[in-house]
Design a protein around this ligand. Sequence first.
Ligand code: HEC
Length: 204
Amino acid sequence: MRLIAVAFAALLTGAIALPANAQDRANPADVEAFYEGMFKNAKDDWKKKTVQDETQKVCSQHHNDLPQVEFDKVLAREKTNVKMPADGNVMGDWKSGEKIAQSGFGGRFNDKPGTVNGGNCYACHQLSKTELSFGTLGPSLLEYGKIRKYDAKEAAAAYAKIYNAQAVQPCSNMPRFGHNGFLSEQQIKDLVALLFDKESPVNK
Ligand code: HEC
């Protein structure tokens, strides 16, 4: 890291001259090697996460701005990666959904084994009028169900969205919670209830 800081400082002070648009020309192999180096001591299942799948590769290649033909390909592929609940019911319990949306636990180096993963939805979305702390990378989800007239098809679409955001919006910044096995079917149902239950703070 120090080396990078020094190089960055040198860049800022003009001590190193890079051609215009140099960042667009960074050698992908160098970037790859540097990135892999950061996870040298990680467990194998962590290391696996550093390998891009086809969708991530094509999104990186096009800086998340896909030409139409690639956009259509990603959409088609990611749609096949959505597994809807076997019992056809997408609505769980909004109270547990609220806890999942609030929780940023799980998937971190320092989590104790057995930690239940959270969705950390508030990190990117507003979901209730009373919660003061929320991120704005994603759109506000206030009144999500109400606006959609509590329509069952819309609730199913929200399940698919949370399961695999890229099946709706290729190159989305939203994590693919179900596809990556990070949240369980029941947890995603609970989140759909958070969005679509009339009693949920989302719709108050
Ligand atoms: C890292 C940020 C991030 C996190 C965490 C995140 N989202 Fe998102 N979400 C986004 C972004 C960005 C969009 C808009 C682009 C898109 O549609 O993919 C979005 C879109 C959505 C939409 C569609 C909104 C619409 O206009 O119809 C829903 C529903 C949603 N998120 C639900 C959730 C839920 C539930 C969680 C928690 C399990 C969550 N998100 C976690 C970034 C995030």
